[in-house]
Design a protein around this ligand. Sequence first.
Ligand code: GRF
Length: 219
Amino acid sequence: MNSNFAQTDSTACLVSPTVAPLEGEFLKLGIMASGSGSNFEAVAEAIASLQLKAQLQVLIYNNPGIKACARAEKWGVPAVLHNHRDYKKRETLDAKIVQTLQQHEVNCVVMAGWMRLVTPVLIEAFPDRIVNIHPSLLPSFKGVRAVEQALEAGVKIAGCTVHLVRLEVDSGPILVQAAIPVLPDDTPETLHARIQIQEHRILPQALVQLAAGCFRNKL
Ligand code: GRF
């Protein structure tokens, strides 16, 4: 079996085959979240279990009262609210976000359910150091309602993608993907729940490999 291809019961995960190290940089992570933060939690657990050598520097969130914030508190991670409603321009919000990330000495940014478009202000401050997790097998079903789009299209295989962030939404180089079957009775909720199980697996995995330099040819 190809060593880059890992398979479990109903899932398959294809990993970029390159292996050049990125000088083993210790990841100081800043996570951006708009909702539940289950991916934040998955990263925190991967760090706690020593699967991922990294430190969670800060959670940035834009919706007051979200569960991600409570999760950050539980893990002792500073949580900073940047409410997009307080900013007229996306660039001004992003400049504030960059400032917070830099204040917390972040060297890698994870958009884990960050439901806002980002601008060059953020992307250029962390070149090739921003990853996003998306609940589809990109390049299919970009943007919001990805799971609903997949069901409406009648696909039989769904999944999730970790990729580097570029200006165009959900378009950057793909780092890791996981695939799962769509079941006949799936609703958006049931399918998304199974996709999220895979997200919680491949997001830490992508960060481990990013830190090891496995994606150097994509940077
Ligand atoms: C995930 O499904 C992710 O793919 C999408 O937003 C969702 C965030 O979930 N971008 P959570 O807040 O991490 O639980």
